[in-house]
Design a protein around this ligand. Structure first.
Ligand SMILES: Nc1ncnc2c1ncn2[C@@H]1O[C@H](COP(=O)(O)OP(=O)(O)OP(=O)(O)O)[C@@H](O)[C@H]1O
Ligand SMILES: [Mg+2]
Length: 337
């Protein structure tokens, strides 16, 4: 404020003395700066008072009329600068509001569409599950066909869970959570995720913590792992290592007590800061149309938050990606230190 006031006074003195147009341009810029610095319009009165005082203290060769007129021109220019900048900022805010409203409408419409698709898929999954169950009864338990039918059934069941998860997510439903032993549950989830990846990829599970119990849901855990493994697999274009690790972590201020850390790491191309900042947003995808819905990470985050946990990314271009899921362990499971 002090700096603006001094500069305004200086420019007014220049203009009153010489009618220099450059001084007027500088005054318009000062008017813009008042808006940019969030100073209220009332401050202009203070600026004008100080400048006029400085002008009146000097001895002028021009007539008083001329001095008063030129000082007023300065005030008019200051107000023009202020008004133009204020209008520009108001337009910017209005445009941003319109953009957000449009985005919200689009999200709501997409939500309806996804809900409809999930519902249709659910209907199609019923006969797949039913036929697979009948098939299992019809073939000898030791044969290859039995393995095939079992795989179809378990995939259809997981798909039904995912569809239920999507419908629950859209309806903002709270899932039914129960204690799950993280080590064994992860082993089963990883086995399931393994079915969906090509042979060139190696999927490794490192269990540094087996016994911790978290409050969650096993099919949702599978949904988390399948989504993260699929992302990693796509990032690596069919070859390389995906490492899933589970370990204990010490207490952290944002979550009470100890936690477990599940990390899913790939050595793919990683994400730049712009993609990483939006990766968890619903419907954000960098994949070509028809290849991704952009709901994978949004669902992962939704589930992790519902379990009282946190999820974050450690990634950079050329450095691969690590998705870090931190979950609280069930009360009474914290270790003695
Ligand atoms: N492991 C990864 N490596 C590089 N980029 C990733 C990785 N995981 C996610 N991303 C980026 O984040 C975006 C959002 O991921 P998300 O799983 O939410 O949606 P998607 O994979 O594009 O689509 P969907 O999961 O619905 O099929 C991806 O399009 C991709 O750009
Ligand atoms: Mg995905």
């Amino acid at each position: 404020m002090r700096d603006l006031s001094l500069r305004y006074t200086e420019q007014m003195l220049v203009y009153v003395r010489s009618e220099d147009e450059a001084a007027l341009a500088a005054i318009v810029a000062i008017g813009c700066e008042i808006v940019a610095s969030d100073l209220p319009i009332e401050e202009i009165a203070g600026l004008q008072e100080e400048a006029v005082l400085a002008v009146s203290r000097l001895h002028w060769t021009e007539s008083p009329d001329v001095v008063v007129r030129r000082s007023s021109v300065c005030l008019a220019e200051l107000l023009i600068g202020y008004s133009v900048a204020y209008r520009d900022r108001a337009e910017l805010v209005a445009r941003e509001r319109r953009r957000i409203a449009q985005h919200d409408r689009r999200l709501a419409a997409l939500g309806q569409l996804v809900g409809g698709v999930a519902h249709e898929l659910n209907n199609l999954l019923q006969p797949i599950r039913g036929m697979a169950e009948l098939g299992l009864l019809d073939v000898p338990p030791s044969g290859t066909l039995h393995t095939y039918f079992a795989a179809v059934l378990s995939s259809a069941e997981q798909a039904a869970c995912i569809v239920r998860g999507i419908l629950g997510y859209l309806r903002q439903e709270a899932p039914q959570l129960r204690p799950i032993g993280i080590g064994h549950a992860l082993e089963r989830s990883v086995e399931f995720a393994r079915m969906g990846i090509v042979p060139g990829l190696r999927l490794r599970l490192e269990v540094a913590e087996r016994d911790a119990v978290v409050i969650g849901d096993e099919s949702e855990l599978t949904q988390i792992i399948v989504n993260l493994v699929q992302n990693a697999a796509r990032a690596m274009h069919g070859k390389g290592d995906i490492v899933i690790r589970v370990e204990r972590t010490p207490a952290r201020s944002s979550m009470a007590g100890e936690g477990v850390l599940i990390t899913v790491r790939d050595d793919g191309p990683g994400m730049d800061a712009t993609v990483a900042a939006q990766a968890f947003d619903p419907f954000f995808t960098t994949r070509p149309p028809g290849e991704g819905t952009g709901l994978g990470l949004a669902i992962v985050r939704e589930i992790v938050h519902a379990w009282g946990g946190e999820v974050s990314l450690d990634t950079a271009p050329g450095r691969g990606t690590m998705v870090i899921v931190r979950l609280p362990v069930q009360c009474g499971q914290n270790r003695e230190h």
